[in-house]
Design a protein around this ligand. Structure first.
Ligand code: NAP
Length: 259
């Protein structure tokens, strides 16, 4: 016991830590990069669009390191992790956020399309976790946050995307398995399953009355998520605040998956 005043918010800080955020050029990932940066981390931002990453760096300053990366290419994944360790001398947090979707009935989903989605949404997070393992171990551990989806927990139809649902469901159980394998080595693996949020990925939905009604109907909160409404879950899982949480995927979905 200590007489020091209780500071429950201190465990959420990431000062001195180095975090990779994939898919940081747009949407949820750009927000995740801003949030981890605001909590004190050096953020290594990865995506293909170099210009968007440079804009983020110009906004946030030298604790934002842009690394243009095509996550479908294994050599790029290795280069990304190496650049992060170079930049900060360590690697503490990996946010596997980049993802793609295709909407097509399963009977017409082409094998190449399926493979492309699974490669980016499931294989890339696994490879990055493998690559992050040694550098994290070297400093006593780290945290991995896998961004899955409500469509990794429940079916997607009427939005038909078998490859996406399969890859995101795979990521949920990969999160459990890596969590179990690595917990005693200090590497905690958890995930977030967002509900519906506005981004490039979902932009076709907004302004379309049927899609908006679908979101309002399906979410007990009756609306889509606002940009800031993943901040708390991300910071919790990325930081020591979640030090006894392993292998979980936290749905942040306005209640979508409880009904
Ligand atoms: N928005 C939602 O409602 C929602 C709901 C549930 C789950 N999610 C998940 O949340 C994550 C972020 O989604 P979002 O809505 O923010 O999507 P988004 O706006 O489409 O952004 C996707 C990000 O992934 C990056 N990316 C795509 N292909 C890449 C590649 N080959 N290499 C490197 N980066 C690549 C994109 O960057 P570049 O194009 O610059 O490469 C972009 O930064 C995804 O995993 C998605 O499945 C989103």
């Amino acid at each position: 016991m200590t007489d020091a005043p209780l500071d429950p918010l201190a465990a959420f800080r990431l000062d001195g830590r180095v975090a990779i955020v994939t898919g940081a050029s747009a949407g949820l990932g750009r927000r995740f990069a801003r949030v981890l940066h605001a909590a004190g981390a050096t953020v290594v931002a990865a995506a293909r669009r170099a210009e968007a990453l440079e804009e983020l760096a110009a906004e946030l300053g030298d604790r934002l390191v842009p690394v243009p990366t095509d996550l479908a290419v294994d050599g790029d994944r290795a280069r990304l992790v190496a650049r992060a360790v170079d930049a900060g001398g360590r690697l503490d947090v990996l946010v596997n956020n980049a993802g793609i979707s295709t909407i097509v009935p399963a009977e017409r989903e082409a094998p190449e399309e399926w493979a492309r989605v699974v490669e980016l949404n499931l294989t890339a997070p696994f490879r990055l976790a493998q690559l992050a393992y040694e550098p994290m171990l070297a400093t006593g551990g780290g945290t991995i946050v896998n961004v899955s989806s409500i469509l990794g927990l429940v079916a997607g139809t009427p939005v038909k995307q078998a490859g996406y649902c399969a890859s995101k469901g795979g990521l949920v159980n990969l999160t459990r398995e890596l969590g179990a394998q690595w917990a005693r080595r200090g590497i905690r693996v958890n995930g977030i399953a967002p509900g519906w949020f506005r981004s490039e990925m979902t932009e076709v939905m907004w302004g379309d009355p049927a899609s908006e009604a679908y979101v309002e109907r399906g979410a007990p909160l009756g609306r889509e998520g606002a940009e800031h409404e993943l901040d708390g879950a991300l910071l919790f899982l990325a930081s020591d605040a979640s030090s006894y949480v392993v292998g979980q995927t936290l749905a942040v979905d306005g209640g979508w998956t409880i009904t």
